[in-house]
Design a protein around this ligand. Structure first.
Ligand code: ATP
Ligand code: MG
Length: 553
């Protein structure tokens, strides 16, 4: 974050709170529910919460919001920790809302004793009916008349497991006429005889979100509790609980959640994609999950940069996914090693080349001198891309065509002399001659050509598999598109090139490295690679690749 950049509204609040002495230092938290893998929206929240603490010398807790026993799993807890670390952040404490069950129970007892909570035996339908509507006040039922002693006894029995699921709830006694529906005696505890992934069978009553989140914040002395806009209506209840329990005054602030084009961001929907096998798993490179993006080759730096660029908004909007791709491309341009790979080969025989093999050298990354160079074997037979040759070329076609010259990247200028065809008339190979004086780096030929092609030596080529990804959805605003979100899945989001031909330098590289396949895009090694065959994911395409390469020569 650069100095001259103006503050976002949350930074303004934090700076004011520090300046006024309201807080000596700040504490934020990132509170995922461990019911799925994190997605790019969570990355936004992580960058915001951890970023604030980092900027103002505070700390951030990682708190698992695991108050719902049914959906949470340890696998998710581990993946969330991996993702936060991978994004480059370290939490001050790893905490679980379930650690606070005893304290939260105590808070509920305190409300009961103050006459501010009661046990209600109504069915959920009855409770909903009695709530009224935003324009008509609700009504209180007879259970609200129970005395504190009665409520305490019933609540104790609820905890002891004497009642069936759904037969009773504990409600806060607030205001059945409040314009805020959430203040109309909200349910704060429910009975659920379910095994919890951390507390086991110790509890059969569980606090509701609104009676766990703010209280957990308070227990941890969170100064700035940041959440997304849909929690605005919850803020009254958040404040009411803290005030009536007389606990640490955490404050809630809301910002607009990240929505992105061609993307869904809901763990529930992402889980459906996984379960119904539209993708290969949570870390499928087409997923908007952090693990998917990581597998695809996105860098943490690029994701942080993206989150920084989009800023913090107070109103919902839809961010163009191409901004994220731009950030990825920008970073990879700086760090990715250049390699030549042919996806769809056309054999070129250089008829006047009589050497066995020659080892040429090419820089690993023109953007980074320290990246060094690599050896590239050159020989009499090479592959170029089929699409880089035309038998009948239009004007201003600068690639290979009969009688035309091109430069082979980091090698020689060649001229197309003859096109060889089979009996059916299909082109099988192209015969060329090379200009010995035109070697890159020591070119004395005086010939200038406009096209530079990538190539690999046939005898030295390595077979690799390449996976090209496209957007997983066909419509921009998937969240608001008509029908089921799965109706909009792009069936052509994966194209596999089972056999591409790579220069041998690729084989020696270790996994997890990132490359630019010259004129093709950015690629990274996939975990499906075997010792015999490397598999690459296309991370992102190259923009204007052709225009750029032409100039370099
Ligand atoms: P989902 O609907 O995907 O399950 P969630 O909000 O239920 O998302 P949580 O695990 O409860 O997921 O979220 C943890 C934190 O991440 C919360 O503070 C939440 O506000 C934030 N968050 C979730 N989605 C986004 C998003 N799209 N943009 C910004 N922050 C988000
Ligand atoms: Mg949630």
């Amino acid at each position: 974050m650069s100095e001259e950049k103006s503050l976002n509204f949350i930074e303004e609040i934090v700076e004011a709170d520090l300046a006024s002495g309201k807080y000596q230092s700040i504490t934020t938290r990132f509170p995922p529910e461990p019911n799925g893998y994190l997605h790019i929206g969570h990355a936004k929240s992580i960058c915001l919460n951890f970023g604030l603490a980092k900027k103002y010398g505070g700390k951030t807790n990682l708190r698992f919001d695991d108050t719902n026993p049914v959906t949470e799993e340890t696998e998710y807890v581990e993946s969330i920790k991996d993702d936060v670390r991978w994004l480059g952040f370290e939490w001050a404490n790893e905490l679980y809302a379930s650690n606070y069950f005893e304290q939260l129970y105590g808070f509920a007892v305190k409300l009961i004793e103050k006459g501010l909570a009661y046990v209600d035996d109504s069915t959920s339908d009855e409770i909903a009916q009695q709530k009224g509507t935003p324009t008509t006040p609700g009504v209180r039922n007879q259970y609200a008349e129970r005395t504190a002693a009665e409520n305490l006894a019933l609540f104790t029995d609820m905890r002891a497991g004497k009642f069936a699921d759904g037969s009773k709830v504990l409600r806060a006694k607030i205001d059945m006429a409040s314009p805020n529906m959430l203040m109309r005696d909200p349910i704060i505890y429910r009975i659920k005889h379910a095994h919890h992934h951390r507390t086991g069978d110790a509890w059969c009553i569980y606090p509701m979100y609104d009676f766990a989140h703010g209280q957990s914040d308070s227990i941890e002395q969170i100064t700035h509790s940041i959440c997304t806009l849909e929690f605005v209506p919850h803020r009254d209840l958040y404040d009411w609980c803290i005030e009536n329990l007389e606990i640490f005054p955490s404050h809630q602030y809301e910002f607009a959640r990240l929505n992105m084009t061609y993307t869904i961001m809901s763990k529930r929907k992402l889980l459906q994609l996984v379960n119904e096998k539209h993708v290969t798993g949570w870390d499928d490179p087409r997923m908007s999950t952090i693990s998917g993006m990581r597998r695809r080759g996105y860098t943490a730096e690029a994701i942080r940069e993206f989150c920084d660029r989009i800023g913090i908004a107070k109103r919902e909007n839809l961010i163009d996914v191409s901004l994220l791709e731009f950030c990825v491309r920008e970073h990879l341009n700086k760090i990715a090693l250049r390699r030549m790979v042919i996806f769809d080969p056309l054999k070129v025989v250089i008829t006047n080349y009589t050497n066995e093999t020659e080892i040429l050298s090419s820089e690993n990354n023109p953007e980074d001198e320290t990246a060094g160079s690599r050896d590239i074997p050159f020989s009499r037979e090479i592959y170029i891309e089929k699409e880089d040759f035309m038998e009948v070329a239009p004007k201003k076609y600068f690639r290979l065509a009969p009688g035309q010259m091109v430069r082979l990247k980091s090698a020689y200028i060649i001229k197309c002399d003859e096109v060889i065809k089979d009996a059916a008339g299909n082109i099988t190979e192209v015969h060329c001659s090379y200009i010995p004086e035109s070697k890159s780096g020591s070119d004395t030929s005086g010939i200038t050509v406009k096209g530079t092609l990538h190539w690999v030596s046939v005898a030295h080529a390595e077979n690799i598999e390449v996976r090209l990804y496209d957007r997983l959805f066909k419509v921009e605003d998937v969240g608001n598109a008509e029908g089921d979100f799965k109706d909009h899945i792009n069936d052509d989001s994966l194209q596999v090139i089972a056999n591409a031909y790579a220069e041998p330098a690729l084989k020696n590289d270790k996994a997890d490295d990132r490359y630019q396949f010259i004129r093709k895009g950015y690629f990274s090694v996939d975990k499906d690679s075997t010792p015999g065959k490397l598999v690459f994911n296309r991370t992102v395409t190259l923009k204007d690749a052709w225009a750029k390469e032409v100039k370099k020569g």
